[in-house]
Design a protein around this ligand. Structure first.
Ligand SMILES: Cc1cc2nc3c(=O)[nH]c(=O)nc-3n(C[C@H](O)[C@H](O)[C@H](O)COP(=O)(O)OP(=O)(O)OC[C@H]3O[C@@H](n4cnc5c(N)ncnc54)[C@H](O)[C@@H]3O)c2cc1C
Length: 348
C-alpha cells in the first residue's frame, strides 16, 4: 500500500492535521497508542484570548481566535458530534486598583475585541467578586475527548491503534518503508513521544505536568470563572477545575497536594461547598522551552516532519497552525519563523 502521509499520534494535533490532509485528497494513515501519555484526553479544553498574570492578549490571538470556532464547528459537522462550547469567561477583580486598571485597558485596541463587559459590582452572592470583574468573549471550551472519539470514527480504517516503532522504519531512496507500506512522508504528532525519536530528540521540549478535577458544586452560572483556577460548567452538571503546573515529579500520578491546592483556590473564588470530587486526572503537556510550537521538516532526513509542542494551549493553536502546516507540506509555503523548528537547527 502507498501512503502520502503517515501521522504518528491521534491527539488534537494529529487529528486536525490528518483531517486537513484528507480533505486535500491525500492518502493518510494515523497510528495511535492510546495508553501512552495523552495530553489531549486530559485537557480542560479552555480557550481564553486574554491570559497570564498580567492579563495580556494571548500570543498571536488576533490570528488564532478567528480560526477556532469555524474549524471546530466544521469538525462537529463532519463527525455529527457536539464538542465546542462558546462561553464567556468571568475574571473577578481582587482590588479596586485592578478594577481601575481594567477600565483603562478597555480602550486598548488589542484587548477590545475580546472584552464583553467590565462589571464594577459583585455579580452573584456565591462568587467572591466584591470589586466586580471582567467578562471576556471569544472564549469557551472544547470537549477534547469527544472530538477525538468523533475523529477516530471519521478516520475509520485509516486509524490504527498500534504503537509506531521508529526502529522499524526503513529508508528506501525517496520514500520510507514501514509495516509493508510505502510511505512518502512521516509527520510526528506524538506529543512527548517525540522526545524518544532519533529525529526530534534535539528539540528543547519542557514537559509540564497538570492535574485537574471534576467536582459537584451547587452554583451554575452561564460563564466560566477564572481566577487562580478556572471552573468550567460541564454538560453533565459538574464542573471542571484546574489546572496545576509542575515541572517536577512527572512520573507521579494524581497527588493529594494538587487536589488540596485546587480546592483551596476554588474556595477563594467560589466559596460554595464541594459535594464530591468526581474525578482527578493527570497529564503531561507537550510544552517547549520558548513556549512556541514545533513545526517543520527535519533538516537532514528526507520527508520527516513534526507538528507538535502545543503546550498548554493546543485548543487555540491547532486550528490556525494546522492550516499553516498543510500549506507547508502541500505547497511548500514557508512556516511562520517563530514556530519553525529551524530556530533550533544549531542544536543538532
Ligand atoms: C491537565 C491539563 C489541562 C490542560 N488544559 C488545557 C486547556 O484548558 N486548553 C488547552 O488548549 N490545552 C490544555 N492542555 C494542553 C493540551 O492537552 C495540549 O496542548 C494538546 O492536547 C496537545 O495535543 P497533541 O496532539 O500535540 O499531544 P497528545 O494529546 O499528547 O497526543 C499525542 C498522541 O501520540 C500518541 N503517541 C505517542 N507516541 C506514540 C507512538 N510511538 N506510537 C503511536 N502513538 C503514539 C499518544 O498516544 C497520543 O495519543 C491541558 C493539558 C493538561 C495535561
Amino acid at each position: 500500500m502507498e501512503i502520502d502521509f503517515l501521522i504518528i499520534g491521534q491527539g488534537l494535533a494529529g487529528s486536525a492535521l490528518g483531517y486537513r490532509l484528507i480533505q486535500q485528497g491525500k492518502k493518510v494513515v494515523l497510528l495511535d497508542q492510546p495508553d501512552k501519555n495523552q495530553s489531549s484526553q486530559v485537557a480542560a479544553g479552555l480557550f481564553n484570548p486574554v491570559t497570564g498574570r498580567k492579563m495580556v492578549k494571548t500570543w498571536k490571538g488576533e490570528v488564532l481566535f478567528p480560526e477556532i470556532a469555524p474549524f471546530y464547528q466544521e469538525l462537529e459537522e463532519v463527525t455529527g458530534r457536539k464538542f465546542l462550547t462558546l462561553q464567556p469567561i468571568y475574571r473577578p477583580f481582587l482590588s479596586i486598583e485592578e478594577q481601575n486598571e481594567w477600565m483603562g485597558h478597555s480602550s486598548d485596541p488589542e484587548i477590545q475585541p475580546f472584552l464583553k463587559k467590565i462589571e464594577v459590582e459583585s455579580q452573584q452572592h456565591r462568587l467572591k467578586d466584591p470589586f466586580g470583574g471582567v467578562m471576556l468573549q471569544e472564549s469557551g471550551w472544547l470537549d477534547v475527548p469527544t472530538l477525538l472519539e468523533g475523529m477516530a470514527s471519521f478516520f475509520g480504517e485509516r486509524l490504527r491503534q498500534e504503537e509506531f516503532k521508529e526502529e522499524e522504519l526503513i529508508e528506501e531512496g525517496d520514500y520510507w518503508s514501514y509495516a509493508g507500506w510505502k510511505v512518502q512522508a512521516i509527520v510526528y504528532c506524538n506529543g512527548l513521544g517525540a522526545l524518544h525519536s532519533r529525529f526530534f530528540s534535539f528539540l528543547p521540549f519542557a514537559p509540564v505536568k497538570g492535574e485537574i478535577l471534576e467536582v459537584k458544586q451547587d452554583f451554575n452560572p452561564p460563564y466560566i470563572v477564572n481566577r487562580g483556577v478556572f471552573r468550567v460548567p460541564l454538560s453533565n452538571g459538574n464542573f471542571r477545575v484546574g489546572s496545576t503546573y509542575s515541572w517536577h515529579d512527572l512520573e507521579e500520578g494524581p497527588t493529594e497536594t494538587a487536589q488540596k491546592d485546587l480546592l483551596n483556590k476554588l474556595m477563594e473564588v467560589v466559596p460554595v461547598p464541594v459535594e464530591e470530587v468526581v474525578a482527578h486526572r493527570v497529564g503531561i503537556r507537550p510544552a517547549t522551552k520558548d513556549r512556541k510550537p514545533f513545526l517543520g521538516k527535519h533538516p537532514l532526513q528526507k520527508n520527516v516532519y513534526i507538528f507538535n509542542g502545543f503546550g498548554a494551549k493546543g485548543v487555540s493553536l491547532v486550528p490556525y497552525f494546522s492550516a499553516c502546516m498543510q500549506d507547508f507540506l502541500l505547497e511548500d509555503r514557508p512556516l511562520p519563523a517563530e514556530v519553525s523548528i529551524s530556530r533550533y537547527f544549531t542544536y543538532i
